[in-house]
Design a protein around this ligand. Structure first.
Ligand code: GTP
Ligand code: MG
Length: 328
């Protein structure tokens, strides 16, 4: 018997899919279960959702009971990817996280202000990315757990202060990472034994480029270093280049946004599905719902490399910003 699910179900499912913490997931799943009509055709689905709910609840319980012993560096992954903001003291790491998220890490002109990590959520073109403030990379003392946290990140923002010997800061930071077997992706062709290393995409963010003179210093830094790696000048104080930096984060994480259009309706442009660049219609269908993946007959796409509303097959490769209508 077909499930005949109401539109409320798909809206609630979307909320569940994008919920960012265990407690939010539990609340959304409870709402989702309440939208499923009770009849023979939905028995299986309701049982499956209830199983999922009980798994989430026991996970939440487990975390609560161990959290007192857990390191503060053990942070739950949320959003479409994790970015660690790392670098020497006073570079502006906490300022960046405070500016781009709702988190409120302490910012101060005195060195060694931050002693633990603080996660926040950054919104880039409606994609939610976890941005984590971290204590300074310091040769004198850095907790080993910081490197564990770095290893779990999808992207590193190595932040340096243009006014505080950035070349030295750059070399020292990369050396400290290498000592913990972590290598910026742009260096991967220059190292031996890369199999035993954790290689992570890394963008160098040069902060405090507040004026023209400091912009000239930034240009000189790039020239001296012959920078052929991802680097961007920013000023958190003046909000200079922060939007561009966010967009480059998405590019470096190889993420793209795909919008779903129900047949006969306008697409929902406020909530993209986030997929890896190179994903296909089939990957998208799998993200939307297993039913779409299993029963997909055809799809129509509006966007790049297609005519408006062009019919495409399962293996059509999507582009960032495409709108897709799935037909089952
Ligand atoms: N001029 C200028 N100052 C900035 C800018 N961004 C941050 N600062 C200042 O730099 C100082 C250090 O900022 P924080 O964000 O605390 O630096 P941090 O990297 O978190 O430092 P630690 O926690 O010690 O590692 C503060 O006084 C900030 O106000 C900027 O764009 N321009
Ligand atoms: Mg700080």
């Amino acid at each position: 018997m077909p499930a005949n699910l109401p539109p409320d179900y798909f809206a609630a499912e979307e909320k569940f899919r994008t919920a960012e913490s265990i407690s939010a997931k539990i609340a959304c799943l409870e709402e989702l279960i309440s939208t499923v009509p009770k009849h023979k055709g939905t028995d299986h689905l309701r049982a499956e959702l209830r199983r999922k709910l009980s798994r989430l609840k026991s996970e939440q319980h487990k975390r609560k009971s161990v959290s007192r012993h857990e390191s503060e560096y053990h942070i739950e992954k949320e959003g479409s990817g994790r970015i660690a903001v790392i670098g020497p003291t006073n570079a502006g790491k906490s300022s960046l996280v405070a500016r781009l998220t709702h988190a409120t890490p302490k910012v101060s002109e005195s060195p060694f202000t931050t002693w633990g990590p603080t996660p926040g959520m950054m919104n880039v073109k409606d994609v939610h990315l976890q941005l984590i403030d971290t204590p300074p990379l310091s040769k004198d003392y850095t907790k080993p757990e910081l490197f564990d946290l770095i290893r779990t990140s999808d992207l590193l923002l190595l932040m340096l202060d243009i006014r505080a010997f950035p070349i030295q800061q750059f070399d020292d930071s990369l050396e400290m990472l290498a000592n913990h077997r972590i290598v910026a992706e742009f260096l991967k062709n220059k190292i031996e034994n890369s199999e035993s290393m954790t290689i992570i995409p890394t963008m160098i963010v040069i902060n405090k480029v507040d004026n023209q003179r400091l912009q000239a210093d930034f240009n000189a830094f790039c020239e001296l270093e012959q920078a052929d790696w991802p680097v961007i000048p920013v000023s958190i104080q003046n909000q200079y280049n922060l939007d561009t930096m966010g967009r480059r984060c998405l590019e470096m994480m190889k993420l793209m946004r795909i919008f779903s259009k129900p047949p006969g309706k306008e697409p929902d442009m406020s909530q993209p599905y986030v997929l890896k660049i190179g994903s296909t219609i089939e990957d998208f269908a799998g993200k939307v719902h297993r039913d779409f993946l299993n029963n997909l007959k055809t799809a129509r796409v509006w966007g790049k490399n297609v005519y408006d509303g062009q019919m495409v097959g399962r293996d059509h490769i999507l582009n960032d910003g495409d709108v897709v209508e799935l037909h089952i």
